[in-house]
Design a protein around this ligand. Structure first.
Ligand SMILES: [Zn+2]
Length: 537
């Protein structure tokens, strides 16, 4: 009797296992989505949320003296420094270019650029001048309420190597836990902050033998518009893969300038030049110049300024980093001179970036709530080849999302497109506007996309989604809530589900230019007149 019961239960268990294996939908994202309102109202926001900010905090010099009066901002570059450089070297540069004396032109360009950027430079070991740094003080205080809206914000000197910033983040996390008395934190990261956050996870969690998974302090993590898989506008330009073409430039400018009273007029003037092909020779000339000037620019310009900054190297995809190193440190001499810098960059790429996916997988396996949020709907900066990639103006959507298949920025994957990977969840991972197939993402069921989310927009629109993911009792997926399916669109005031009804079909840029619009308008008038003539005949 006992034996047959045992056999019966074994059979039942086997059936369950087979069902789970054959229909993995039951195992993962099986529940039908419900409204989040009830859960949102019931959320206990009992753990502090810390946000690791992105690139670009202002850098000052004069910090080694106690007086603030001698502090001067050296990043972002000050306009008077740029104006001065242009006034000093601009005329020389123009003469050398006009006389096709490119060697001298490169000299003049370096002389103009170096003063603008040299003060933020690091030494051969990637260490900034100790007289320089940020002045932001990261707040450490108890708060009445937690949650994304009341998040603690961690700002850092973005020039530093990721290991050093990660150690600073560790100190900050400990300070917040101390002051709040909380034994757990939730961490969200924006943009470059994701390089810092993944390094922190690698060092304090993933490769830390002392981290106790059951009692560990990392309760949840969210990767927002992340730079952890590379930023082509950084990685490709640093690897010399620079290219401008008139269509990309105009598409980019149209997003920035249309709607701005004065700029719009400038834009249309440029667009007419574009339409008649005047811009093309200018672009070709710019590309030619890049090619002939780049070698000199590296040694005399880049390696005295921006290319000494570890922070930039962290924002490169693996292949971009490799190409960049080949270009920057081409000679044995440079490799030896910058060995300390290279070692720091290698550490990040070989350990942290190479394990990004494994780190997140371990978090999920350990029951740590995770969310990934990627943004799209915009053209990237028109400085690299393949500028038709989908982006949030700064970082490409494919990189932010750990591998989504994306259409061109003004195209679609096609009417008949079928998702590339059949996901165990059984759901369709193709966006209603046919621009994104999320089935190729490393984590398709916990990756959300926000259309018309600009990289520099405030992320406050995400607060409910972030809180639901961070504080949920169970891992929230794209199938959990009706308000938060995989694809969302920004109306300007809120994020709503992207549906077939509100999905604007993208149009190729060429069809949107003024000339083509005028042509279309004239055609329309002709057809109206023809129709009228027909009526009165
Ligand atoms: Zn799925």
């Amino acid at each position: 009797m006992k034996k047959s019961l045992k056999r019966l239960s074994t059979v039942l268990m086997s059936i369950c296992l087979i069902v789970l294996a054959v229909c993995p939908a039951f195992a993962q994202v099986s529940e039908t989505a419900v409204s989040c309102q009830e859960d949102l109202a019931a959320l206990e926001r009992d753990i502090p949320v810390i946000t690791v900010n992105g690139f670009g905090a202002s850098i000052y010099k004069g910090l080694s003296t106690p007086s603030e009066e001698d502090d001067i901002q050296i990043w972002g570059p000050q306009s008077e420094v740029i104006v001065q450089a242009v006034a000093l070297y601009g005329p020389q540069l123009a003469v050398w270019l006009a006389t096709e004396n490119y060697d001298k032109a490169a000299d003049a360009l370096c002389k103009a650029l170096v003063p603008v950027f040299e003060e933020i430079a690091c030494d051969e070991n990637g260490v900034p001048n100790p007289d320089t740094g940020i002045k932001t003080v990261n707040t450490v205080e108890a708060r009445d309420a937690y949650g994304f809206e009341n998040r603690y914000s961690f700002t850092y000197d973005w020039r530093l190597d990721m290991h050093t910033i990660s150690a600073q983040l560790d100190e900050y996390v400990k300070a917040i836990m101390e002051v709040t008395g909380s034994d757990k934190v939730a961490i969200t990261a924006m943009s470059m902050g994701n390089c810092v956050f993944t390094t922190y996870l690698y060092e304090e969690y993933y490769s830390n033998p002392d981290y106790n998974t059951d009692e560990g302090h990392i309760d949840a993590g969210m990767f927002i518009a992340g730079a952890m898989n590379g930023v082509p506008a950084c990685g490709e330009t640093f690897s010399g893969n620079i290219s401008v073409d008139s269509t990309s430039l105009m598409r980019f400018l149209s997003e920035k300038m249309i709607g701005e009273t004065v700029l719009q007029a400038v834009y249309y003037a440029l667009e007419s030049m574009y339409a008649v092909g005047v811009l093309e020779p200018v672009m070709n000339y710019a590309n030619m110049l890049t090619d002939v000037l780049i070698d000199k620019l590296i040694d005399e310009g880049m390696l005295k300024t921006l290319a000494t900054v570890p922070g930039f190297y962290a924002m490169m995809a693996p292949d971009e980093y490799e190409a960049c190193c080949e270009l920057m440190f081409a000679t044995e001499e440079n490799r030896a001179k910058f060995a300390g810098l290279i070692e720091k960059n290698d550490y990040y790429h070989d350990n942290v970036q190479a394990n990004n996916v494994a780190i997140i997988q371990k978090m999920l396996d350990d029951g740590i709530n995770v969310g990934i949020f990627a943004e799209y709907g915009y053209t990237m900066a028109p400085v690299t080849p393949e500028n038709d990639r989908l982006s949030d103006t700064v970082i490409t959507t494919a990189e932010e999302s750990f591998g989504a298949t994306c259409s061109e920025v003004d195209g679609t994957l096609g009417e008949d497109y079928v998702q590339a990977v059949e996901c165990p969840c059984g759901l369709n991972h193709v966006s209603a506007d046919l621009q994104i197939d999320a089935s190729t993402c490393a984590f398709p069921d916990i990756t959300w996309f926000g259309k018309y989310m600009n990289h520099t927009d405030s992320r406050d629109l995400l607060k409910n989604l972030v809180d639901l993911i961070m504080y949920g009792d169970e891992q929230v997926t794209i199938a959990t809530y009706t308000e938060y399916p995989q694809f969302l669109t920004n109306t300007g005031t809120e994020l709503i589900p992207l549906t077939e009804d509100n999905a604007v079909q993208p149009q190729p840029f060429e069809q949107l230019t003024l000339v083509s619009r005028i042509t279309a308008f004239i055609k329309q008038i002709i057809s109206v007149i023809t129709a009228l003539v027909g009526t009165f005949k």
